[in-house]
Design a protein around this ligand. Structure first.
Ligand code: ZN
Length: 249
């Protein structure tokens, strides 16, 4: 039964990524890795994170707003001052080959009948999927049953119940749900900068089976937060980016 590792919003946090990969490998060997964008930006190790991702089996990865910003593909005007400082730092520090790789990424893709995007299918770079109304409006913008996304940094499942009402569930560590509804959206949460007040790195695993509906499990992993913070401070990135990692917001 193939297991797909779902990662999003790593944000150049290599200690968090390594902890997640170790935990995922121990728990359930995975044969594919899907990454829903914002692999870089905010953290101090964008090149190392991209190199590590490229070493993973059957990688499918899409572009987020932080890739687009670091590559100069979108204006930084809408970024807050901290995010802008981090984007400019990332622009200066990306290796050329890493920038070329990121530039080549699509903003949406389809794997095994599931749509991958960073924000939403309607606006893959920028739109946040927080509410049932946004979920509903986006249904006409993709034609697969499921969609995996990121951007909000909140591990969650949006699904439609038998009365055709949207059900939104925020996931905590160890939860596993069957993906039985007609349409669904899954966010694995953020590896490198969680914002649900749980500072542990977040990821999810999609369990596919030929003879049953797929299911999704959500996991949280402790990692060396101090190490990630030291790297941010010694890189002279904004202090706030280090501080927020200890509180998970
Ligand atoms: Zn992000």
């Amino acid at each position: 039964m193939p297991c797909v590792l779902l990662l999003s919003d790593i944000h150049a946090n290599l200690p968090a990524l390594e902890a997640v990969l170790g935990d995922a490998e121990n728990r359930n060997p995975f044969s594919e890795t899907w990454v829903m964008g914002d692999s870089i930006g905010y953290g101090a190790q964008p090149n190392e994170v991209v190199d590590r991702l490229r070493s993973l089996p059957n990688l499918s990865i899409v572009k987020g707003n932080h890739e687009a910003a670091a590559l100069g593909e979108i204006s930084l005007d809408t970024f807050n001052p901290t995010a802008m400082a981090a984007a400019l730092w990332t622009q200066r520090n990306l290796r050329d080959d890493v920038a070329d790789f990121l530039r080549s990424l699509p903003s949406m893709s389809t794997e095994r009948g599931v749509t991958l995007c960073h924000g939403t299918p309607r606006n893959p770079i920028w739109e946040y999927l927080f509410t049932p109304s946004t979920a509903e409006l986006n249904l006409q913008h993709f034609d697969t049953i499921g969609c995996v996304f990121g951007h909000t940094h909140i591990p969650s499942l949006f699904s439609i119940d038998s009365n055709r009402e949207w059900v939104v569930r925020q996931a905590t560590d160890g939860e596993r749900w069957e993906l039985s509804s007609d349409r669904w959206y899954v966010n694995p949460g953020s590896v490198g900068q969680p914002r649900d007040l749980d500072p542990r790195a977040s990821y999810a695993v999609l369990h596919m089976a030929d003879d049953a509906k797929p299911s999704i499990s959500f996991h949280r992993v402790e990692y060396d937060i101090e190490r990630a913070q030291d790297l941010i401070l010694s890189a002279e990135l904004p202090n706030a980016l280090a501080f927020r990692l200890s509180v998970g917001r």
